[in-house]
Design a binder for this molecule. Structure first.
Ligand SMILES: [Zn+2]
Length: 439
């Protein structure tokens, strides 16, 4: 008699998982092929810009040079694809660099062997290398891309570039520092993000200092909570992360600015500057009859207590009346007509009124939709905020705009596509009358 071991039952789950991995790999490869085609089309935009430059060179606006053709093409693509012009410009440049200077990477993307994120990492890391070093770099980078995630690939490619071109790294570090900047991004109702890019050592130094102060406060809070004398006091339960954010906010809002290159006089003057925020809140919220409803126009809601505190310290208020159905501002309290129009217009527009543009109205021009020279009146229904870039685009390219009731702008692009830009924050529910009092 012989005993044979029973064969293990087929692992159904593992077979399913195996199939899932294979299917996803196949789909991602197909997506990569399509994204390569998209990149080729973005790269083609450079050719289109060249043709438009030649076509426009005989026109009066040619004094603005090639920038005008670039803006015209980018604006048309951005409006048509509902992307920002910044994103379009980045995709055009990356695509052109990819196919011109990294042909093997372009090929690998076209056949779905690597992801677009891998291709971006290769182009970003290697585009400053000379032809000889770039060829060596690209070959090694493509081998790594076959096994690494895009995030890990970026780190490895940085090391690779430093090894291939140690002296050039010094220059790249200096060039990178020249791109330092600060930006703001609204995240969700009640929360926004401040981003700072600066030399690596400074940023890590800032983060470390914030961590030290936050940790110190956290330890102090824990000790205080255990002290019998403080029993019954409300405990400070903020996490290290929250404390870090609070300390950074305090330092930026109230700390003395000691930027390099400022003498004592400058520092005193800079120290007197305070950030300004424009706040909109219902009168009933201000007086405490209702809660909520305070917003920073163009950025979203903020909490009622902060809004009341800011309003109490504000030197002047402007009363603003809105149409309850559409939300379009209809009137403000003021005695000077031009100021009235400016305030009302700023309250209505809050930003540049070109499709997709988010530049705040504060830095924009007030444009006559129909030019004054053509009989356009200086009236709200013929005025709109446009940033300098889109003001120029409107005047010097074939983009046209007309103003519809409710402050809606209907733009027509050079290729004849129409795009509607609505005044921000005008989506409203029609108010229903309150229930009659029960007496
Ligand atoms: Zn704009």
């Amino acid at each position: 008699m012989t005993i044979t071991a029973a064969a293990p039952a087929p692992a159904v789950g593992l077979a399913m998982l195996d199939g899932l991995v294979g299917d996803l790999q196949a789909v991602r490869a197909r997506i990569a092929v399509l994204q390569a085609q998209e990149a080729e089309l973005f790269a083609h935009a450079v050719t289109v810009i060249g043709v438009r430059e030649e076509e426009c060179s005989g026109q009066p606006a040619a004094g603005h040079g090639s920038q005008l053709a670039v803006r015209e093409v980018h604006a048309e693509l951005a409006a048509g694809l509902r992307l920002s012009e910044y994103t379009v410009a980045r995709r055009v440049n990356t695509a052109r660099t990819l196919f011109d200077r990294f042909p093997a990477t372009g090929d690998a993307l076209t056949v779905g062997r690597i992801d677009p994120a891998h291709a971006d990492a290769i182009v970003d890391a290697g585009s400053d290398l000379d032809d000889t070093r770039r060829a060596v770099f690209e070959q090694a980078a493509l081998e790594l891309a076959g096994t690494e995630t895009p995030a890990r690939l970026r780190g490895l490619l940085g090391d690779l570039v430093t090894r291939l071109d140690p002296t050039g790294t010094e220059q790249r570090v200096q060039d990178a520092a020249s791109r330092r900047r600060v930006w703001v991004k609204d995240l969700e109702p009640g929360l926004a993000c401040l981003g700072i890019t600066a030399p690596t050592a400074h940023i890590h130094g800032i983060y470390d200092r914030l961590t030290q102060i936050a940790t110190d406060l956290h330890t102090q809070n824990t000790t205080d909570a255990e002290t019998p004398a403080d029993a019954g006091e409300p405990a400070d339960t903020r996490t290290i992360g929250q404390l870090r954010a609070d300390v950074a906010t305090d330092l930026l809002l109230t700390g003395a600015p000691t930027g390099h290159g400022t003498d004592d006089d400058d520092r005193t003057r800079l120290g007197q500057l305070r950030g300004v925020v424009h706040l909109e809140m219902p009168a009933t919220t201000l007086t405490g009859q209702t809660a909520g409803g305070a917003i920073l126009p163009g950025h979203g809601p903020i909490d009622t207590d902060t809004a009341r505190t800011l309003a109490a310290d504000a030197p002047t208020w402007t009363r603003l009346f809105r149409d309850p159905a559409t939300g379009v501002p209809t009137c403000v309290d003021t005695y000077r007509p031009t100021q009235t129009q400016r305030r009302l217009l700023r309250a209505r527009d809050t930003r540049c009124r070109f499709p997709g543009c988010r530049r705040p109205a504060r830095g924009c021009d007030i444009d006559h939709t129909i030019a004054r020279a053509d009989g356009g009146p200086t009236a709200l229904h013929n005025l709109a905020h446009l940033c300098r870039r889109h003001h120029t685009l409107k005047h010097d390219t074939a983009w046209t705009v007309e103003q519809l009731p409710g402050g809606i702008l209907r733009w027509t692009s050079p290729t004849g596509r129409t795009h509607h830009d609505h005044p921000p924050g005008t989506v409203r529910f029609t108010p229903t009358p309150p229930d009659p009092p029960p007496f």
